[in-house]
Design a protein around this ligand. Structure first.
Ligand code: URA
Length: 202
């Protein structure tokens, strides 16, 4: 039986030391704080969002603004308390310039630049399931490499919906997540396969 306690080759402390001053792409000059991850590692579920926003840039913590509060509510209502999870993003820095031009999205090159950081974190987290939060994450994270993978609507997109649709979208995310977690818990534990860099963003 593979052990859940296999020691990752890289520790969280090594990860922070390696990436805290990252300047691999232009976003390094745009951020106030690098936003690596929050939660527990190793974990059962890894949530992967898109890019930090202003609140995350100010605090250095992923999903700590309004979208994060909604994501936390969805997680709390969908996951049994014993299920461990962590949260990260496709890129670790706030795309400040993209935001100025009315778009919050990192470019494909910025996402590719950050893929070794993301792959390293996935290997530290060793999740049984990855939940892609939002369309961009769903597009860039490889869904077919051994770790089960599902997509949920980005909570920021839910917050932009008219009030009448919002509750329905929240409920749908909870149901999608809860069903996937139930399936994961019912299925046999399989050994985590190391993530290669290309899987993180290809
Ligand atoms: N949106 C994301 O995709 N990630 C965050 O960390 C915050 C908002």
């Amino acid at each position: 039986m593979p052990s859940r306690n296999r020691t990752p080759l890289v520790t969280w402390a090594d990860h922070v030391a390696r990436w805290k001053d990252c300047q691999l792409c232009p976003l390094g000059q745009q951020r106030d704080q690098i936003v690596l991850a929050r939660g527990t590692v190793p974990c059962d579920i890894l949530f992967c969002g898109e890019a930090p926003g202003e609140s995350e840039d100010a605090l250095g913590v992923p999903f700590c603004g309004p979208a994060g509060r909604l994501l936390d509510q969805i997680i709390e209502r969908a996951l049994p308390p014993t299920v461990r999870y962590a949260i990260t993003n496709l890129v670790a820095c706030f795309p400040r310039k993209a935001k100025l031009f009315g778009d919050n999205e990192p470019t494909p090159d910025e996402i590719r630049s950050c893929r070794s950081r993301l792959a390293e974190f996935i290997n530290i987290a060793q999740p049984r399931m990855i939940v892609c939060v939002g369309k961009l994450s769903a597009r860039w994270v490889d869904h077919d490499v051994g770790v089960r993978c599902i997509d949920i609507v980005h909570p920021a997109a839910i917050l932009r919906m008219p009030l009448a649709q919002r509750q329905m979208a929240i409920q749908k995310s909870i149901v999608v997540l809860r069903n996937a977690v139930d399936n994961m818990l019912e299925s046999e534990w399989t050994k985590f396969t190391d993530w290669s860099t290309e899987y993180a963003a290809s």
